[in-house]
Design a protein. Structure first.
Length: 876
RNA sequence: GGGCAUUUAGCUCAGCUGGUUAGAGCGCUACCUUGACAUGGUAGAGGUCACUGGUUCGAGUCCAGUAUUGCCCA
């Protein structure tokens, strides 16, 4: 076989992905096996793959592929999210580019455009995931607005409404004046921004030249003031409480009230209370029975209540209004000020707290079992540090505003039959709604034309929170959900712990009485080299598809996982993918080597090879033991590193070098056979991380007859007892090898030149490994001696002493310096050990085992020092 | 402002219940090319474990404080 020296992923990846699909390896149906289920965090339907997806889905695929090989019925359910606000914003933008305004369209016309966009761009991201090798069950692909799913969302709404948990209410909400919709708290991003703090004085009614001064960052809301508030203990203003102040410009008389909410230190200690435009003021207003005057329209312009400013943008008004205050003598001073400003996650518009009538879901009772489940580890968080913030949020959970003033999404199934805000019914279908409305009104003549459905849609998360149930149509039928639910592992970003994870656990308990998954693995944020979050606007995110073209999907997968412990940010660097690609190439070449060996069945197995086989057998078992622990703890980076070192360092650098026959010679049958067994084990361990390359070379190692022989569905290697003593002995033998190589290196002795080794063996010297050592270091022979060897390079390991007789012209000074350095190290070591042993308290206080250990170290160090001193004397 | 984390080699990270003068990968340095792979091999250098105090026979590991960086919440 003529195989190129370099691995070319483009020749294998598409081929094997198509092969796996054809074989149906990723498709799952319920059977007798233990299920292993993962539901994908559904990406936005019109999104494209970014580095965050790459990380997230690589992790999921590693877990799923490993489970599949372990004989579980692995089911990874893919799908997409309709992403109400994000998608609608994109559609609006596209229509605007075509010169169409959303307001010129009917709801149905707009939805037509949105569906068109969805069909055009939807699913691109799923195709991209296939390039990554994601082993999803594509037959199960769901969309949060496909027919069955839509129905599930509506049913959920109706059920909670029937239980009295969904209600309508006037609340202060986060209003996005650009998207013209309410947002949940989680969709608002707070950042520090520079602004100004305006000091404005209000005349106190009935007192000559008495003023009360407030500090505000939002002077444009002054016209909506309905009180001035001071702290009840504030001596400065005590006598003013109960009096009235006059709001400048609009000349409204408002009460001066007292409340301990006020921060004495902030500004002047006086607060203007504007219940219509500030969350806290609203609560103060409720508490003190203040009127609410709304001076800002939904689109962010000033309302009729703002008098001559009507129609002016709120930020323009913020500039103009203080000018009028100054003319009137009410503006005291203006300071520069930095404060937190909330902006819409989607449109970046400054959020306007706004009173509006919205739909809410009462959360307090619902969330209790979900809090409990995480705190008692029924649902385990990885890493567990996230339990803290989860608890904090769940203990302070607020009612969920689930309505959005958008068109793209699940329309709220409420129909109004009258003009009053309470004159509505909630139903699964129009027919049901009509029936209910007739019953409620007693008017049997009511028709659909008399009903008007609520214009709003539901928050996107109100559909994705039932994802682990409804991807199996679990709200409507039991067959599949009973088998696959609860799912096993969820892999997601901590940013959406509240949006999504917490709510899935809540809905899981509500609908199925148990949590939707057992483990939640939180990935970190992918950052660039400078530590910045990767984002489209910064343009610092590489295109994953380009990366996969350059380094291969396997290379990128390895790159993503190399430095990403759970919950830690991933400082991404192309270098990591390069490392992954190099690793792929290494495996490729190791395969080439093994593949190329001719076998001579008559040839006896060399002792060195037999040793190597026994050692590699034990070493790979030991690595599998480590891997199991690492996977159990979701320490995937460590698991990858364990596999990486096992394959590269131990299998390639030590094992293959140990068994390699001399150039041009065949290998003996026993060694070749054992090597193939070991190599297949390596491929299995590698497969979850590097599926394409491993599947390719898997098919070289032996004849594969059908789909069932694919590595993708091969059985995970079985654990068995292994020879730990041999592993320890080999570690010592490796040090001997290194010692001899060092002598060659330091003295410029070529590898071809045979050397003689003389050994003064101490206790536990691994004499049976000598053939192996000799093979790796090209020795002419090993001689055991009892006397010290003169005229030789030497090194000491434990109580064993090794010498290599000098050849011609060696550097005696360099050798002496080396011995001297070693001696100093040993003397320092001895001092530290003796420091402990001479400490009365250590000897009496520390456990016997520990003291014993120190005594042994002391003895070893003394022996080594004696040898080194002797050696030094020889050299002088 | 409140809460939670972080701080160990040039970089990215391990180091579990305190007990080898601290480990890995990458990078770096030296040497090595007819031989699986230079996307490689062999070897090497590199750390007062953020700082200050404390507990202990013994602290990277526990406690307190300070500083640092980051995240979440208000």
């Amino acid at each position: 076989m003529n195989i190129p020296a370099q691995y070319d992923p483009s020749l294998t990846e598409d081929k094997w992905y198509a092969h796996w699909l054809e074989a149906g390896h990723f498709h799952s149906t319920p059977d007798d096996r233990e299920p292993y289920t993962v539901v994908i965090p559904p990406p936005n339907v019109t999104g494209v793959l970014h580095m965050g997806h790459m990380l997230n889905n690589t992790i999921q695929d590693v877990l799923v592929r490993r489970a599949r090989m372990q004989g579980k019925n692995a089911c990874w359910v893919p799908g997409t999210d309709h992403a109400s606000i994000a998608t609608e914003a994109k559609v609006v933008r596209r229509l605007r580019d075509k010169g169409i305004k959303k307001s010129d369209l009917s709801r149905d016309e707009f939805l037509g455009h949105a569906w068109e966009w969805t069909h055009e761009h939807g699913g691109i991201i799923l195709e991209q995931l296939k390039k990554l090798g994601a082993s999803c069950d594509w037959n199960r692909t769901r969309f949060t607005m496909d027919e069955g799913y839509y129905k599930g969302v509506i049913d959920t709404f109706v059920e909670f409404h029937e239980k009295g948990l969904i209600y309508r209410g006037v609340r202060m909400v986060n209003w996005d004046p650009v998207a013209l919709t309410a947002l949940s708290d989680e969709e608002v991003i707070h950042t520090e921004e520079h602004g100004k703090l305006y000091y404005v004085r209000y005349a106190v009614l009935g007192e000559e030249d008495r003023w009360i001064t407030v500090a505000t960052t939002r002077p444009e809301t002054i016209m909506g003031d309905t009180a001035i508030c001071v702290h009840p203990d504030d001596e400065r203003y005590k006598d003013l409480v109960g009096k009235k102040a006059v709001v400048p410009v609009v000349n409204r008389e408002v009460p001066i009230i007292a409340d301990d909410y006020i921060d004495l230190e902030f500004g002047t200690g006086c607060l203007k209370v504007t219940p219509a435009h500030d969350m806290n003021d609203y609560e103060l207003g409720q508490k003190h029975g203040l009127p609410t005057i709304d001076t800002i329209n939904a689109d962010g312009t000033m309302s009729a209540e703002a008098g001559s400013y009507e129609g002016m943008d709120r930020f323009e008004c913020r500039k103009k209004f203080p000018e009028e205050l100054e003319r009137l003598g009410n503006l005291v001073k203006v300071e520069d000020y930095t404060n937190k400003v909330g902006r819409s996650e989607r449109t970046n518009a400054v959020i306007e707290p706004r009173l509006s009538l919205q739909w809410f879901l009462a959360m307090e009772e619902l969330s209790k079992p979900a809090l409990e489940a995480v705190m008692n580890d029924t649902v385990q968080f990885h890493p567990p540090k996230f339990k803290n913030s989860y608890r904090h949020w769940m203990e302070n959970v607020k009612d969920w505003c689930i309505s959005r003033q958008l068109w793209w999404g699940h329309q709220i199934p409420a129909w109004f039959y009258g003009v009053g805000e309470d004159e509505y019914v909630v139903a699964r279908t129009e027919a049901e709604a009509l029936e209910q409305a007739r019953a409620k009104t007693g008017n049997a003549g009511l028709t659909m034309d008399d009903l008007r459905q609520d214009e709003d849609v539901m928050d996107t998360w109100f559909s994705s929170w039932i994802w682990p149930i409804q991807v199996f149509d679990g709200l409507h039928k039991e067959d599949e959900v009973a088998y696959y639910y609860p799912t096993n592992d969820l892999v997601t970003a901590p940013e959406i712990m509240f949006f999504w994870v917490a709510r899935m656990i809540i809905s899981g308990y509500h609908f199925r009485g148990e949590a939707p998954f057992k483990n939640v693995y939180y990935t970190g944020i992918v950052r660039d080299k400078k530590g910045r979050k990767m984002s489209k606007s910064l343009g610092n995110s590489p295109d994953p598809i380009d990366l996969m073209k350059e380094y291969g999907a396997d290379g990128v997968r390895v790159g993503m996982l190399l430095t990403s412990p759970a919950g830690n940010d991933l400082p991404f660097d192309d270098k990591l993918c390069e490392q992954g690609r190099n690793f792929a190439n290494k495996i490729w070449n190791a395969s080439r080597l093994v593949q190329g060996w001719e076998v001579d069945e008559a040839k006896a197995q060399p002792e060195a090879a037999a040793t190597a086989v026994a050692w590699m057998e034990a070493r790979s078992q030991q690595a599998m033991e480590e891997l199991d622990a690492q996977f159990a703890g979701f320490r995937l980076s460590e698991a990858l590193m364990t596999t990486y070192r096992l394959v590269w360092e131990e299998y390639c650098s030590w094992y293959l070098e140990s068994i390699k026959p001399p150039f041009g010679e065949p290998i003996d049958g026993a060694t070749k056979k054992a090597t193939l067994v070991l190599f297949e084990r390596m491929l299995k361990l590698l497969h979850p991380f590097m599926p394409f390359l491993t599947e390719e070379v898997w098919h070289w190692t032996s004849e594969r007859k059908g789909f069932e022989d694919d590595l993708c569905v091969a059985s995970w290697p079985e654990r068995s007892a292994f020879d730990r003593d041999l592993l320890d002995q080999i570690e010592l033998a490796k040090e001997i090898v290194t010692g001899i190589r060092n002598i060659r290196n330091d003295n410029g002795i070529a590898n071809k030149e045979k050397l003689e080794l003389k050994v003064q063996a101490g206790d536990g010297y691994p004499v049976h490994l000598e053939a192996w050592i000799a093979h790796l270091t090209n020795l002419s022979g090993v001689e055991h001696v009892t006397e010290k060897v003169k005229g030789a390079f030497g090194f000491v390991l434990g109580t064993h002493r090794f010498s290599v007789p000098f050849g011609d012209g060696f550097d005696i000074d360099a050798e002496r310096a080396k011995v001297q350095k070693d001696l100093e190290y040993q003397q320092g070591f001895l001092r530290s050990v003796r420091g402990k042993l001479s400490n009365e308290k250590f000897v009496s206080g520390a456990p016997e085992q520990v003291v014993e250990n120190e005594r042994k170290k002391e003895a070893d160090a003394l022996a080594k020092i004696a040898v080194l001193e002797e050696k030094l004397a020889d050299l002088s």
